[in-house]
Design a protein around this ligand. Structure first.
Ligand SMILES: Nc1ncnc2c1ncn2[C@@H]1O[C@H](COP(=O)(O)OP(=O)(O)OP(=O)(O)O)[C@@H](O)[C@H]1O
Ligand SMILES: [Mg+2]
Length: 233
């Protein structure tokens, strides 16, 4: 049984039909990359899984439970962590308070930020008392991932974690994602535009075109020909 099974979902914004009979299945422990040009519905897919834009048709199961109509916070408690595109950390509170807010998704009642967070993200340690909005883009991105990890997820959804981030920090984020995946056996869905990054971290890929799945295969099949056909602008 896959950890997450998205079965033929249709998602709308009002009358605007964005996802069309979209299917995606992700096995436990896998990193699945979702690729596609701007506006094809990658973020909407993640939001449908998280519960922010529930699909009008189709079903989503997580660990065998039907979560299609479940509320956002219940999905988080079940183990779905989400790092939205553009990071969305809280700019007016400290780094530590941002991390503490991530704890509410846990189901073990832990009230303090676990030490492992600073083991994965040592750069956050000297910044704990700093206001979130004063961090650099790269630091905010790492804070956003760290905050999601504070919820102890089994499935982590990352929406373009390298967008607008300088190359050295992209490398750092790549290293951290690989380490989290390896040490915590985390299952990850990664929406990504940087193909090298996607190749370096994922095992499987799904390409979306206009709200539909156009290709799904092992990451080694992401050839230049496939890239030209579906991803080059
Ligand atoms: N809140 C909204 N209300 C109405 N339409 C929306 C909303 N958010 C997104 N859309 C539309 O839905 C479609 C899919 O958007 P989505 O953000 O999911 O694409 P994306 O693949 O994540 O794009 P990008 O690569 O630019 O992040 C687009 O046509 C977009 O304009
Ligand atoms: Mg998007």
């Amino acid at each position: 049984m896959p950890l997450l099974n998205v079965r033929d979902i249709d998602t709308f914004y009002g009358a605007s039909h964005v996802l069309h009979s979209l299917a995606l299945s992700v096995e436990q422990g896998e990193i699945e990359c979702v690729l596609g040009r701007n506006g094809v519905g990658k973020t909407t897919l993640l939001k449908s899984i998280v519960g922010l834009t529930p699909p009008r048709r189709g079903t989503i199961t997580f660990k065998g439970d039907d979560i299609t109509r479940m509320r956002v916070n219940r999905r988080a408690h079940l183990g779905i962590g989400y790092v939205p595109q553009g990071r969305e950390i809280f700019p007016d509170i400290t780094v530590m308070d941002n991390l503490r807010l991530g704890l509410v998704a846990r189901n073990d009642g832990l009230k303090r930020v676990p030490d492992e967070i600073f083991d994965f993200f040592p750069m956050l340690k000297p910044l704990v008392d700093r206001t979130g909005g004063l961090l650099s883009g790269g630091e905010q991105q790492q804070l956003a991932i760290a905050r999601a990890l504070c919820g102890n997820p089994e499935l982590l959804l990352l929406d373009e974690p390298t967008e607008g981030i300088q190359p050295s920090v992209v490398q750092e984020i790549e290293r951290i994602i690989k380490r989290i995946h390896h040490e915590k056996k985390l299952t990850i869905i990664l929406v990504e535009q940087k193909l090298d990054f996607a190749r370096n971290v994922s095992q499987e890929f799904t390409i979306m075109v206009k709200g539909r799945v156009a290709r799904e295969a092992n990451i080694h099949s992401l050839t230049d020909e496939v890239i030209r056909e579906y991803l080059t602008i």
